[in-house]
Ligand binder design. Structure first.
Ligand SMILES: NC(=O)c1ccc[n+]([C@@H]2O[C@H](COP(=O)([O-])OP(=O)(O)OC[C@H]3O[C@@H](n4cnc5c(N)ncnc54)[C@H](OP(=O)(O)O)[C@@H]3O)[C@@H](O)[C@H]2O)c1
Length: 251
């Protein structure tokens, strides 16, 4: 049995990832604040294993408990654990405005969801799997915004750039481990999800580049979540996964 822990499965890329990973030989743990009943129904219909764990990643101190629950389930099937994968996909864009206009609560939430939660998830994942001689991989869904900066996106860009540095640092730590965890940050492209809709609905007074994003959508240049999920799964399951800590383009 292969186990997948995926955050942000209520919609968008995360939902598409979980849908495509449903299989007889997989057990998927889905994490988001909102339960995705369609996904649960689909897994039930196909007789596939899916555990939905409604959880707010702002509760950083409860992530350890969440992992306790997940690994209890995994250990129940310990004779069959072939691989464990973690996909830190949940993310938030806001606040989108010059930094002096951003409320402290939103700045904190942005860094918690995009950076601190994946860091603590990774810490728990490695702690609980370090003695396991199996295939172990972590894919952090980052963004090209980490590299290509725009005004009014300082929180998002900074948290994603932090995520990339984190992936690179943990990769270095894992090099000489007996049973290393492979870790990669990936830029998924521009995808037609709620996050893009949110960018387009931003006030031009707050975000001077909003028209550029409206135009990209109008020209049909956004990828579908399904296409993106397929490419991300190809990357995750590739034999070369982890050779480089940052993948900036989906092939
Ligand atoms: N769409 C793009 O063009 C694009 C481009 C580059 C990178 N990305 C990255 O791709 C990833 C997925 O984005 P998406 O476009 O699919 O966004 P989305 O449609 O807005 O979905 C975001 C997901 O994150 C979850 N999430 C947000 N806050 C959460 C919280 N506090 N606790 C738990 N889960 C939370 C949401 O679930 P709930 O609201 O139910 O909690 C939802 O399932 C993100 O990391 C994003 O930064 C997207």
């Amino acid at each position: 049995m292969k186990f997948y822990i995926i955050t942000g499965t209520s919609r968008g890329i995360g939902e598409a990832l979980a849908t495509q990973l449903l299989s007889e030989s997989h057990h998927i743990f889905c994490i988001s604040r909102t339960i995705n009943q369609e996904l649960i129904d689909l897994a039930t219909e196909k007789n596939n294993k899916l555990s939905y764990l409604p959880f707010d990643l702002n509760h950083l101190n409860r992530i350890e408990q969440l992992f306790e629950e997940i690994f209890k389930t995994i250990k129940h099937q310990s004779s069959q654990v072939e691989a464990i994968y973690l996909i830190n996909n949940a993310g938030m864009l806001s606040p989108v405005a010059p930094i002096e206009r951003n409320h402290a609560d939103l700045i904190i939430e942005n860094v918690q969801i995009n950076l601190l939660a994946p860091m603590i998830m990774t810490s728990n994942f490695i702690k609980r799997t370090q003695e396991m001689n199996i295939d172990k991989r972590i894919m952090n869904i980052s963004s090209a915004s980490a590299k290509y900066l725009l005004p009014s996106q300082s929180c998002y860009s900074t948290s994603k750039a932090g995520l990339d540095s984190f992936s690179k640092s943990v990769k270095l730590e894992q090099v000489n481990k007996a049973y290393p965890v492979r870790i990669v940050s990936v830029y998924p492209g521009m995808i037609d999800t709620q996050m893009q809709a949110e960018i387009r609905s931003t006030d031009s007074d707050h975000f001077p580049h909003v028209e550029q994003f409206i135009q990209i959508a109008k020209e049909g240049k956004l990828q579908t979540p399904e296409y993106t999920a397929k490419k991300l799964i190809d990357i995750l399951l590739d034999q070369q996964f982890g050779q480089t800590a940052l993948i900036e383009e989906l092939q």
